[in-house]
Ligand binder design. Structure first.
Ligand SMILES: *Cc1c(COP(=O)(O)O)cnc(C)c1O
Length: 497
């Protein structure tokens, strides 16, 4: 199977798409077709481990990889104890028709691990196929979570290095500690004297600088990207939608073939797009419910058919969803236009020039046959955490709570009682102060450290404090480099490493 750019006819293989990241015309790579899994194939997945299921689905997309390469990559990512749950992505009951798909059992306690544990292995295999012998140098700009997940994913992976830029004053203490205590011989973490936009602008400038590429080439290095538009991050995310469905059949919640709903806390639209891909492959899915926080561009898009990012950016308690430009939506638009790259390109140009585009009634209705959307303010999110704890005894992180709240409102509005899976994207331990505040009130967390909040959470939920959180204060700080927020300073920092 080949891959197309969403903006024109560029055709590449899977390994080329993964190695390049973004298409040369600025578009994203999409599969030329969706491999089909019939109901029998899906039922047959019941006996498979997560590793085996991943191997089957990922292989179907990556045609120029051998089954052995995909198998070994999936095994290293999901089969060697990097995830602290034997099921990797376990499904938990909330009530008789509501479930939580826990995607936070990886090394950094958030769902980015699901893809970033596999991507480095797919990337090095792609390099081998393409005869690329230079070191693959990954550059990442992070506002917190992605940086640590990328560092853990690339940690000591032969033939790669990973450099992360974070805004010096723009990440939480825990996020910063998580990054600067990263071990490994191929990781670098650099504090930028600026905000996240400075970091991102700098990294983008480095990617497009011929001079910088040349200097890296002289050192035997080639640049690559691990951000969420890379195909190698999207495909691994398709797997857990199948595993969740198969678990639902296995537990007798639904007969095989009956459709279910998923509600997904959404930022860059990568996770929920993977759910749509699973549906396109034959997974019985009725509705995909796109949940946003106060940054509700997507809610408006799915309510009106107009994407309009000309609005205030809000910092919320679900920071990984604080985003106005959801890049992966472009891949869905490509499908909504019947793969009309020229039209997608026009919309993307309108978006970057004027901040908005509209997709027209017919395409809008096509999207609405599957997608629902809703949003939740911080106050509603805190209420949802308290309510779910009080009524169901489950402790949700703020991102998952946004999804749970949006599902509650959706059900109240539509009376659609189809069994629903809430995609749970972060461990509550990653956001312990906000979670404890939601349940016990503001006074209860005043003056507490993050670790003390985690201890309080442990009392509430009975779930053990993950090692990553418990041992963080004792870990040695290994990265102390900082640089000013200029492209030259950032380039120098990378080249010195
Ligand atoms: C990245 C992230 C999201 C958003 O996922 P997208 O694929 O960008 O839509 C939601 N929750 C958490 C905890 C995340 O880290």
């Amino acid at each position: 199977m080949s891959y197309f750019s969403t903006r024109n006819g560029t055709v590449v293989t899977a390994s080329q798409a993964i190695l390049t990241g973004l298409a040369p015309d600025g578009g994203l790579f999409v599969p030329s077709m969706f491999p089909q899994l019939g109901l029998r194939d899906i039922q047959a997945m019941q006996g498979l481990s997560y590793v085996e299921g991943a191997k089957q689905i990922v292989s179907a997309f990556l045609e120029d990889y051998s089954p052995g390469e995909v198998g070994a990559s999936c095994y290293e990512a999901y089969g060697t104890g990097r995830f602290d749950d034997p099921g990797v992505a376990p499904l938990k009951n909330v009530d008789s028709n509501t479930f939580l798909l826990e995607l936070f059992h990886g090394p950094t306690l958030a769902f980015k691990d699901m893809a970033l544990q596999l991507l480095p292995r797919l990337l090095t295999a792609a390099a081998r196929k393409q005869g690329e012998e230079r070191e693959i140098a990954i550059l990442v700009a992070t506002s917190g979570d992605t940086g640590k997940a990328a560092l853990e994913g690339f940690l000591d992976v032969p033939g790669t290095s990973c450099t992360v830029f974070y805004p010096k004053e723009g990440v939480s203490d825990v996020q910063k500690l998580q990054m600067v205590t990263t071990g490994g011989s191929n990781t670098r973490v650099i504090a930028v004297e600026g905000n996240f936009d400075d970091c991102q602008r700098g990294v983008k400038a480095l990617f497009s600088s011929e001079d910088f590429r040349q200097k890296m080439a002289e050192k035997g290095k080639v640049l690559s990207s691990a951000n969420s538009i890379n195909l190698g991050r999207l495909i691994p995310q398709v797997v857990y939608y199948f595993s969740a469905y198969v678990d639902m059949i296995g537990r007798g919640v639904i007969p095989a073939g009956e459709a279910i709903n998923f509600v997904v806390p959404t930022g860059n639209f990568g996770n929920i797009l993977a759910a749509w891909y699973a549906r396109a492959m034959g997974l019985p899915v009725a509705k995909l419910i796109c949940a946003s926080n106060r940054n509700d561009v997507l809610t408006d898009f799915f309510t009106t058919g107009t994407y309009d990012m000309r609005r205030m950016f809000h910092k919320t308690i679900s920071p990984s969803m604080d985003i106005l430009l959801s890049s992966n939506l472009e891949r869905l638009l490509y499908e909504a236009t019947d793969r009309d790259g020229a039209l997608v390109k026009t919309w993307m140009e309108q978006l970057s020039a004027g901040g908005t585009y509209s997709i027209g009634q017919q395409r809008y209705e096509w999207l609405r046959s599957v997608f629902e959307a809703g949003c939740a303010e911080d106050s509603e999110t805190l209420d949802e955490i308290r309510l779910m704890y009080g009524t169901r005894g489950v402790v949700l992180d703020p991102h998952t709570a946004v999804a749970s709240c949006v599902l509650r409102k959706y059900r109240a509005r539509t009376h659609d009682e189809t069994p629903a899976v809430i995609v749970s994207t972060a461990s509550p331990y990653k956001f312990a102060p906000d979670v404890v505040r939601a349940i016990h009130g503001k006074d209860a967390v005043a003056g507490l450290t993050a670790l003390q909040c985690a201890e309080s959470l442990n009392t509430l939920s009975g779930q053990p404090i993950p090692d990553q959180v418990r041992t963080l204060p004792e870990k040695p700080i290994l990265h102390t480099v900082s640089c000013s927020a200029t492209v030259d300073a950032m380039a120098a920092a990378v080249l010195e490493g």
